[in-house]
Ligand binder design. Structure first.
Ligand code: ADP
Ligand code: ZN
Ligand code: ZN
Length: 812
């Protein structure tokens, strides 16, 4: 810790440089890198993060830090270089990078409060105010001091800011500013115990006696637990405490997000394939940075390999960071690491409350948990001294963040490993084309697990040609006789079947029977989906809904026909085909409530359901030993996307879904229905042959110069005014063209595609345009886009935003 008089601060504003502030004497000993501060900026105060202490203000006549908001740093100093790298590479303001990295709900905001003053109240009483002023005073007399934002909401008046300013000038009200804090805090819990000698005696009701009785049975009890015995305990405890019957203390508690206890496991003896890989990584661990791709079919024992390597890191007194896709978090991986490493495990994911998240965060920082498991955002976990980073299912698209700071956690794992000079291990049964290509060019070291641990063959896959079914009747056209026979047999054997369709809802293409127009979202340029259970049409992009009785917005006709099908319709058809079966559905609609997912997984595990219908949620990571049949209703859905990764996604999805069959002792089989029998994504997923897929796919990428043969940055231009968005997109396009001409060498290697209207031209009332930049050098692309973003003419456009997506995934 140094006591240098100045600090470099990244402020929470859309700015790309950092600022120097003076550290006042009373903070000299406590302000450390990694802490949040409140600093003056213009007329405001804003949150910032201390990056370092320094001995000069570089001649800026620095202002003083107003407040230090933390007692302890929120991240280790070693992570600052990573934040800076992210800010540079993704062209994103540093302050916001750090905010994204930190647990949500930490930040304080400057809030403007308003209250009435006497003069205002007088004039209001005399009826001498304008109608607008009257409204404000009426509200203030009721609510007293209130935040301006809250007031605006109550009055439904977005112009309240200038009105309030005028009213203050006239001396009618007073504005003041205060700091509020988001919810996240360490949870405090009240613990109660019986005191020896009460100071006074009070009347004992039955309930009071019950409380004393309960407390008698143990040395200490939390108020939360006591409330389970006596629901009104909080109120009842007060007089008992005052009279000295009960003592209480407040303590910080760590909430365990995992819930159930997990029994420790006994590590199995490694297979020789596994052992070779573990040995290699163990001996390499001291050599520093290296990138490994572990390619192994499902069930080949990758997770066991991860756990052995984590053990090695712990033995070297280091920590380990393990990234897993969001969706499989509540499944195996986490439980298995818990069974092996017990309380040394910390888990971070989006289903935690902010308090739970913060608990885990502090545990990691304090080195109380050295095995850190988490989804995408845990690449920013404050692990002080990692010895290895592991990325499971490295091909998974959930590693890519699609809003705000659009980063890819898989790629950042490599960057962070390089900075910490440690190995990074990425594993998958269906690697990304990008990573596999990297093994071919020698950038990554390829490690392979060729065999399944139990030596079980992969399931057999039968293809059904959907083109041949187009004249079939009703249900048969969607669920072929081959598939329904297979399901019947599976049920008769008493086993479970999984039916996969990557589209939710009942009717996915409702169309007007009179005029033929499709029912579109009012705010987005896409068709709504009918959800039969809730009897409503929903927009899957913005969430807007119409009731099921809506009339055609174009012609007013009430006869809307439910064309197209999703999981809900399939579920319905299965009810008809198999009235004796217990059927459950697993998609975003049935799992959005907290605990919904766990409940469904338990049903599958406990075999209280025979057929599960679901979307890609079912494809990932879960291990359901009693599922022996997988039916894929339509393998082609993701194939026709206008995206250069469509084939890759289709292959991965199909191979992963198919891999769900026969994971237990019984042999599995798969029925795959498709319109594209001969497409290589389908044929190679049928054989579960990644290499074959790769060798078919890579020539396309090369010919069209798509990644891995180029780098891409996508600019997403959007706004509420159609014309303005188009004009901005065109201006940006011209700017980029001129920029390329000016760049001497890079000029001929950067292509600008667009501007064009986006694949989905409108989302949530915002019109969207895109520009795609393709080039061989990431740094020249970066330089070009940075110039655009910082250009005054572009920057100062009101009402149009330009989002930068480096290495984009979703091209629509
Ligand atoms: P993957 O992660 O590649 O899908 P897992 O690590 O989950 O594979 O292994 C599949 C199954 O085999 C798991 O039930 C695991 O406990 C078991 N397993 C893994 N390695 C061994 C081993 N060396 N001996 C016995 N069982 C093993
Ligand atoms: Zn119509
Ligand atoms: Zn919508």
């Amino acid at each position: 810790m140094n006591n240098l008089p100045y600090a470099e601060v990244a402020v929470l504003l859309p700015l790309y440089n950092t600022f120097v502030y003076r550290v006042p004497d009373h903070f000299a000993a406590t302000a450390e890198p990694g802490m949040r501060v409140l600093v003056p900026f213009g007329k405001r105060r804003v949150t910032g993060y201390i990056l370092k202490r320094q001995d000069t203000d570089q001649g800026f006549n620095a202002k003083a830090i107003s407040d230090v908001l933390d007692d302890l740093p929120l991240f280790p100093e070693s992570m600052i270089d990573l934040f800076k790298w992210v800010s540079g590479y993704y062209i994103h303001p540093l302050g916001d990078v750090i905010k994204t990295a930190l647990p949500a709900g930490l930040n304080r905001y400057d809030v403007t409060m308003v209250s009435a003053v006497e003069k205002g109240l007088d004039l209001y009483g005399q009826g001498r105010l304008t109608p607008g002023e009257n409204q404000v005073m009426a509200e203030l007399t009721v609510s007293g001091k209130i935040s301006l934002k809250h007031l605006a909401k109550k009055l439904g008046n977005p112009g309240i800011n200038s009105l309030a300013a005028k009213m203050e000038e006239k001396g009618l009200i007073l504005r003041s500013s205060t700091l509020t804090q988001d919810r996240a805090r360490l949870k405090k819990e009240k613990f109660l115990s019986l005191a020896d000698n009460p100071e006074e005696s009070i009347r004992m009701s039955k309930k009071r006696l019950q409380i004393l009785d309960t407390l008698k049975q143990q040395p200490e009890m939390s108020l939360t637990s006591l409330k389970k015995v006596v629901p009104s305990a909080r109120r009842l405890v007060k007089p008992l405490e005052a009279a000295g019957y009960i003592r209480s203390v407040e303590r910080e508690v760590f909430e365990d997000p995992l819930g159930d206890p997990v029994d420790p496991d006994i590590p199995p003896e490694l297979t020789s394939e596994q052992e070779g890989i573990v040995n290699r990584l163990t001996s390499d661990m001291d050599k520093g940075f290296e990138r490994y791709l572990l390619f192994g079919v499902t069930g080949s024992g990758k997770t066991e390999v991860y756990m052995r390597i984590v053990r090695q890191a712990l033995e070297k007194e280091k920590a380990a960071l393990i990234l897993v896709p969001e969706i499989s978090l509540i499944s195996q991986t986490e439980r298995r690491f818990r069974a092996r490493f017990g309380n040394n495990v910390a888990v971070l994911h989006s289903a935690l409350t902010s308090t739970e998240f913060l608990d885990q965060w502090r545990k990691i920082l304090k080195k109380e948990a050295k095995v850190v498991i988490g989804a995408r955002s845990s690449i920013f976990a404050p692990v002080p001294d990692p010895g290895v980073i592991i990325v499971d299912e490295e091909h998974d698209t959930s590693y890519k963040q699609e809003t705000g700071l659009r980063y890819n956690a898989r790629d950042l794992a490599v960057v962070r490993a390089k900075m910490d000079n440690i190995p990074v291990l990425m594993g998958s049964a269906t690697p990304s084309v990008q990573s596999y290509h990297n093994t071919r060019t020698g950038k990554f070291v390829e490690l392979e697990l060729k065999n399944r641990v139990n030596r079980k063959p992969l399931p057999e896959i039968t293809l059904v040609d959907l083109k041949k079914l187009k004249d079939a009747n009703g249900i048969d056209r969607i669920i072929s006789p081959t598939l329904s026979t297979a399901v019947r047999k599976c049920l008769d054997r008493g086993e479970q079947a999984l039916i996969f369709l990557n589209r939710r809802g009942f009717s996915t293409f409702p169309i007007c029977g009179s005029c033929g127009s499709s029912l579109k979202c009012r705010y987005c340029d896409i068709t709504m989906t009918f959800h039969k259970n809730e009897s409503e049409y929903r927009c899957h992009i913005c969430g807007f809904s119409y009731t099921g009785k809506v009339a055609c917005p174009d012609c007013g006709s009430k006869s809307i026909k439910p064309l197209g099908f999703g999981t809900e319709k399939i579920e319905n058809m299965l009810f008809t085909l198999f009235p004796d079966a217990r059927i459950a559905r697993m998609d975003q609609d049935t799992t959005s409530r907290k605990g919904g997912m766990v409940k469904l997984l338990k049903m599958i595990k406990n075999r209280t359901v025979d057929i599960v219908v679901g979307t890609q949620m079912l494809a990932k990571g879960h291990d359901f030993p009693s599922i022996t049949l997988v039916g894929i209703v339509c393998a082609d859905l993701s194939l026709n996307f206008p995206d250069f990764r469509a084939s890759e996604r289709t292959f991965q999805l199909l191979a992963q879904v198919a891999g769900r069959a026969g994971r237990g002792d019984m042999k599995g089989s798969v029925v795959m229905q498709t319109y594209n029998q001969d497409h290589f994504s389908i044929t190679s997923s049928r054989k579960q042959d990644f290499t074959e897929f790769y060798l078919n796919e890579i020539p396309f990428r090369k010919a069209l110069l798509y990644p891995p043969y180029s780098r891409i940055i996508q600019l997403k231009i959007s706004g509420r005014e159609k014309e303005k968005v188009r004009l901005t997109a065109e201006t940006a396009g011209r700017f980029l063209q001129t920029g390329i001409e000016k760049m001497e060498h890079a000029g001929n290697t950067i292509q600008v595609l667009g501007p064009v209207e986006a694949g989905i031209p409108k989302i949530a009332s915002r019109f969207r345009w895109q520009i795609l930049l393709k080039g061989s050098s990431a740094s020249s692309l970066n330089r070009l886009v940075r110039e655009l973003i910082l250009d005054k003419e572009i920057k100062n456009r009101k009402g149009v935003s330009i989002a930068v997506d480096v290495d984009p995934y979703h091209m629509l």
